[in-house]
Design a binder for this molecule. Structure first.
Ligand SMILES: Cc1cc2nc3c(=O)[nH]c(=O)nc-3n(C[C@H](O)[C@H](O)[C@H](O)COP(=O)(O)OP(=O)(O)OC[C@H]3O[C@@H](n4cnc5c(N)ncnc54)[C@H](O)[C@@H]3O)c2cc1C
Ligand code: SF4
Length: 505
């Protein structure tokens, strides 16, 4: 017989979705159990070693998923740790725009409306920004939505090369804004003196990054009613006879099989693993998997269209350390050349020669170092539209299969053109550009989307799975559209909102 553990509320997955929910429930009086397949990410010198992090994928999962379009397995950019992907994230925390909550016309189709209004989520955005100690300045970005409170902290100051760039871009008629960042700037080991070029893709050795472990799970565990089980992988859920409620989760903890019982269950394993758990949970009453009566589980997998751009002026060094302080949203909903949305620009964590070397092994290290010392680097995101044929499935032997064909790519190409033009005008004549594909799944979302119609969605607007009384979702799977914004603040806000509901349940 498997060992049994029990709690009132069982949260499966300790990323930002599950972590923020545990935080929201810490004073509710309910016994909360967080179940996480990974352990704590070690703080060690390799955290900032580009070869270890990017070259060898030290913190990435070793598992492979199957790309059905190419007919080949690939290693996804997924990280299984307490804190989920936020241990590696770039710490840019943005609100969605008002336009994202309505149906939005794109070059290649329409992004659907969300089943909730901005003003319903706004108080939770404010709470989420406070929880993650976000830095920013309101009133500069023309696309920003209304806010009921100022940013909790002032923005990170620009270094001289970025200050000069902001001036040039402003003269071009653009409206660059201070990037919204979740970093304990100067209040921790993160300051201009540390030999770290930014959070993007690296764990933090200095205790500076505000991630789901530091901001949510750590504080939640200080409560006597919240417990965490690490190294515990959930395999499937079991429903009661008749299939109206979930009665248990089946998991494996370091080789030992466990039955986890609870009154409420919340799935927060991320946008691929949450649907996988449901698809594995087949019962007589749910033959295609729990919540999957209408064959919607796993559909509409979205990653966003994403690229990096490196603009080089060979004549001068930029001497940048903390580059990730500016965003440009002038092309978000239209451009001077097109009436459709193109996307968002933000500076990246500073690229270095050793980071470039992990991707361009055939180029000499000295050349890459010279280029990186003279560049300003950007991250570019455009919306990808929900396509029901882009989906997560279980294949032969239970392997995870991903079918993904990107869309709205012409809009992204247009964004890249605008960014190149902007940087050439700013005095950077050499431009390099890299497009990311299926394995760069940082912003994965959409596979258990919220909606009002059970025939075309998996969850309702509160995150409850249609047809099940006590099963909720609290992660990026809920997103009905990918938007061009960074996803984490929104999924944290949704979890805080769900926490309010479950605390009263
Ligand atoms: C390099 C990188 C940079 C990024 N930069 C940004 C950024 O700047 N801003 C931003 O907003 N977003 C950023 N993101 C994206 C952001 O980190 C994710 O959107 C966010 O973490 C998703 O949260 P989640 O709760 O949906 O899933 P996850 O973060 O994936 O959390 C899911 C958790 O569930 C666990 N789990 C999975 N399967 C199981 C199972 N079967 N049993 C038990 N536990 C399980 C996982 O280990 C994980 O801890 C970045 C991501 C990456 C990888
Ligand atoms: S930039 Fe600061 S917060 Fe980010 S990883 Fe480096 S030291 Fe940590």
């Amino acid at each position: 017989m498997p060992r049994e553990v029990a709690a009132d509320i069982v949260i499966l997955g300790a990323g930002p979705g599950g972590g923020a929910l545990a935080y929201a429930l810490k004073d509710s009086g309910a016994e909360v159990l967080l179940v996480e397949r990974g352990g704590f990410l070690p703080v060690e010198p390799a955290n900032w070693d580009a070869e270890a992090v990017f070259g060898q994928g030290r913190y990435k999962t070793s598992e492979h998923w199957f790309d059905t379009a190419r007919g080949a397995a690939y290693q996804p950019g997924n990280h299984y740790w307490v804190g989920g992907q936020t241990k590696m994230y770039g710490a840019n925390l943005q609100r969605l725009r008002l336009e994202d909550f309505d149906a939005l016309e794109h070059r290649d189709g329409t992004a659907p409306a969300w089943p909730l209004r901005y003003d319903e989520i706004e108080p939770f955005y404010t709470e989420a920004e406070a929880l993650f100690a976000v830095r920013g300045a309101a009133g500069i970005d023309p696309t920003e939505p209304p806010r009921s409170a100022p940013f909790p902290h002032l923005p990170i100051p620009h270094e001289p090369a970025i200050e000069a760039l902001v001036e040039t871009l402003t003269k071009q008629g653009l409206r660059p804004h201070p990037l919204e960042m979740a970093i304990h700037w100067n209040d921790s080991g993160c300051n201009p003196e540390v030999p770290c070029t930014g959070c993007d893709g690296f764990p933090c050795m200095a205790g500076g990054k505000a991630d789901a472990e530091t901001q949510c799970i750590g504080p939640a565990l200080a409560s006597p009613t919240v417990r965490l089980m690490t190294h515990t992988q959930v395999e499937r859920l079991h429903a009661t006879p008749g299939g109206r409620r979930v009665q248990a989760a089946e998991a494996v903890h370091r080789g030992e099989r466990l039955t986890i019982k609870g009154s409420q269950f919340v799935l927060a394993c991320g946008a691929v693993n949450s649907p996988v758990v449901l698809l594995r949970s087949q019962e007589a009453s749910w033959p295609a998997g729990l919540g999957n009566r209408h064959d919607q589980v796993g559909r509409c997998y979205m990653l966003q269209n994403q690229s990096a751009l490196m603009a080089v002026d060979p004549r001068r060094r930029t001497a940048l350390t903390m580059q990730k302080t500016v965003g440009v949203h002038d092309f978000l909903f239209s451009t001077p050349d097109a009436a459709y949305p193109a996307g968002a620009l933000q500076t990246l964590g500073k690229l270095t020669g050793s980071m470039l070397q992990t991707d361009k092994r055939f180029l000499p290290a000295w050349l890459l170092k010279i280029l990186a010392e003279r560049s300003i680097d950007w991250w570019m995101t455009s919306e990808e539209l929900p396509d029901p044929d882009n989906r997560v499935r279980l294949g032969t032997g239970g392997r995870i299969e991903i079918t993904w064909k990107p869309n709205n790519e012409a809009a992204h190409d247009h964004l890249v053109t605008q960014a190149k033009r902007m940087m050439r005008k700013a005095g950077y004549p050499l431009i390099f550009h890299k497009r990311f594909g299926i394995a760069a799944n940082a912003h994965q979302c959409g596979t258990l989307r919220m909606g009002t119609d059970p025939a075309s969605s998996v969850c309702d607007a509160g995150g409850k799975v249609h047809g099940l009384e006590n099963l909720y979702v609290a992660d990026a799977s809920l997103f009905p559209s990918s938007t061009a914004m960074a996803p984490t603040l929104t999924l944290v806000a949704l979890s805080l909102r769900l926490g309010r509901l479950l605390a009263g349940a």
